[in-house]
Design a protein around this ligand. Structure first.
Ligand SMILES: [Zn+2]
Ligand SMILES: [Zn+2]
Length: 339
């Protein structure tokens, strides 16, 4: 039986990936698989599994030969359960990767690529330690952090091979997946596929940088903020995104994104509290054009309003809420997430 090179892709599908970034990753996975399918050596030895993580971690494609991998379109959910993904990949490796026995050469050491753009929301140190701290290592791992909100000091607890991708732009993501498929191909033809091929052979693309221990990028002190707003008219959810503006000293709203219907299908991970006194202006509701928001004092749901509304029924629990005419209430603390 031929020895296989198992490749595990661990993909962050948290809310910060909603919209364009996730579309780009979906296209990237597709192009990676197409490239491997065109390569005879990869077709013979490479097996691919895809694990996503957000509210929880799940195997969306179990370890399968390249030509038979058909991943579903990835969709986003709240949260960044990196710890759960690290546990799941170790369980998968135990179950799926063939061990060497006296009579049989087992599979090559698995290759793991972790792609994330934010801060884990679950306990990840334990699973990271059992992945990195055990000799001999069970896998060769690359952790790719996208954007300036990734905590690389934390990522280095998972692997010494950390790559900083400067922003989730279309060309960066495209290049990343080209590099990824080159690394897999090099690894599959290397003299000793158990040993990670040096980066000299597969140079990083523009926009990618190896994180060196003496030069670890610092995560942004003012990461982007995200929270969900329920449209009080149409009862659909959208994602409000805020970015910090050093000029004003406040967070400014970015584009509001309608959330997919299955966004909360795995639950509603409780995010970090956001103090609304740090926010300037309200996002515009993409469903009804409402340009203000409030939180229900009874159930905590954040919902959209139109400036000038003096009363509204909470779209979640139907509580009847009145507002003071001037509209300037005390600052709210609402649930959100960062990164
Ligand atoms: Zn609305
Ligand atoms: Zn309510």
């Amino acid at each position: 039986m031929a020895r296989r090179l198992p490749v595990y892709l661990l993909l962050d599908c948290s809310e910060s990936m909603v919209g364009n970034p996730l579309d780009l990753v979906n296209a990237g996975v597709h192009s990676l698989l197409s490239a491997l399918k065109r390569d005879p050596q990869s077709m013979e030895t490479v097996f691919v599994s895809i694990i996503t993580f957000d509210t929880k971690a799940r195997v969306v494609a179990p370890l399968t030969e390249v030509f038979a991998v058909h991943p579903p379109l990835l969709s986003a959910h709240p949260g960044t359960a990196l710890g759960a993904a690290l546990t799941l990949v170790q369980d998968s490796i135990k179950r799926e990767v063939r061990k060497t026995t006296p009579s049989l050469k087992g599979d090559y050491k698995p290759l793991i690529f972790i792609l994330t753009d934010g801060v884990p929301t679950d306990e990840w140190r334990g699973p990271a330690k059992s992945l990195k701290g055990v000799e001999p290592k069970i896998a060769n791992i690359y952790a790719i952090g996208c954007g300036d909100e990734v905590d690389f000091t934390a990522m280095r607890e998972i692997t010494d091979n950390c790559i900083y991708l400067k922003g989730l732009t279309p060309s960066n993501i495209k290049d990343l997946f080209i590099w990824l498929s080159a690394s897999v191909q090099y690894q599959s033809v290397s003299v000793n596929p158990d040993q990670l091929v040096s980066l000299d052979k597969i140079p990083l693309k523009k926009g990618m940088e190896l994180v060196r221990p003496d030069n670890i990028p610092k995560p942004s002190e003012k990461p982007r903020l995200f929270f969900h707003i329920l449209c009080s008219r149409k009862r659909n959810h959208f994602l409000a995104r805020y970015a910090y503006s050093p000029e004003t000293g406040f967070y400014q709203p970015g584009e509001s994104l309608p959330l997919p219907e299955d966004f909360f299908s795995e639950g509603k991970a409780k995010g970090a509290p956001i103090d609304t006194s740090e926010l300037e202006d309200a996002p515009t509701c993409p469903f009804c054009g409402g340009n203000d928001f409030a939180a229900c004092p009874r159930c905590g749901t954040v919902f959209c309003l139109h400036v000038g509304d003096t009363q509204v029924d909470c779209p979640s629990c139907s509580a009847h809420i009145r507002f003071k005419a001037d509209g300037d209430g005390p600052p709210l603390i609402i649930d959100g997430s960062q990164g």
